[in-house]
Write a protein that binds this ligand. Structure first.
Ligand SMILES: [Zn+2]
Length: 251
């Protein structure tokens, strides 16, 4: 049997034993995958500059996975996105998007689109796009692809086009009108109409057009606060790289 080849974006790399490295990576066909790179600490040739988080690479995999683990035979670097690594804020935005893409990549029909969307986000951040505006927009696209897309068009209680003042229901994952807000259960956040319009548009636009949107600081903060609470509720835990982003976005 011959080895297989896959495009990959590296999510996480850890030392494993004396000589090996354990690599988590995103693929278009299988979503998030874990693999062992044997003797990678010594073999400069087989994994030359490859095994860094956020690198876009091509991996040669053994003919068959062993249990849940792939065996990485060789890697080739395609794009290290060098510019985004020179700016900690862009790096933090890339890290948090990559983590979310990995978390949501389980539905088989979505793995290809999630891979392409993360690749595009990294390219845009590397090309100098503003993380403040890209982050909320790409969060929404990953949520949509992973089956958790928030509902913006109609009140999630009465189904009507909602009029201000608006609320966002964390458990329902969508907008709630003011008349329904008193009866709604679970955490409910006030939703500024300008933020509502921006988020609705961000989720509708194709990812390649998301650089057209501008999130001014107040809108960015409210959008990210809402998305953060929504993510925590539906993932059941905090994204590990969120605190890195929080620190860098304030700096
Ligand atoms: Zn309503």
């Amino acid at each position: 049997m011959t080895s297989r080849q896959t495009p990959a974006i590296i999510l996480q790399v850890r030392d494993y034993g004396e000589a090996d490295r354990l690599v988590n990576f995103l693929t278009p066909d299988a979503g998030r995958v874990a693999g062992i790179a044997k003797h990678a600490k010594k073999s400069r040739r087989r994994f030359a500059n490859c095994l860094e988080p956020l690198n876009r690479v091509v991996f040669q995999l053994s003919p068959k996975p062993r249990g849940d683990l792939e065996f990485l035979q060789q890697g080739e670097l395609v794009n290290p996105f060098p510019n985004l690594r020179r700016d900690l804020k862009r790096l933090a935005a890339a890290a948090v998007l990559a983590e979310l893409a990995g978390e949501l990549s389980a539905p088989v029909e979505a793995t290809g689109a999630i891979f392409q969307t993360l690749h595009l986000a990294l390219e845009l951040l590397d090309g100098g796009a503003s993380p403040d505006s890209l982050l909320p927009s790409f969060f929404l696209h990953f949520l949509k692809l992973g089956g958790y897309g928030p509902h913006w068009d109609s009140c999630q209680q009465c189904g009507q086009e909602p009029a201000a003042p608006l609320y966002f229901s964390i458990p329902k994952g969508g907008v709630v009108c003011s008349a329904c807000s008193r009866a709604a259960t679970g955490p409910l956040l006030p939703l500024n109409p300008g933020v509502w319009k921006l988020l609705r548009l961000a989720q509708e636009l194709p990812p390649a057009k998301l650089t057209r949107l501008r999130f001014p600081p107040a809108q960015r903060d409210q959008s990210l606060a809402l998305i953060h609470k929504f993510l925590r509720h539906h993932l059941g835990r905090e994204l590990k790289s969120w605190s890195f982003w929080e620190k860098m976005s304030r700096g």
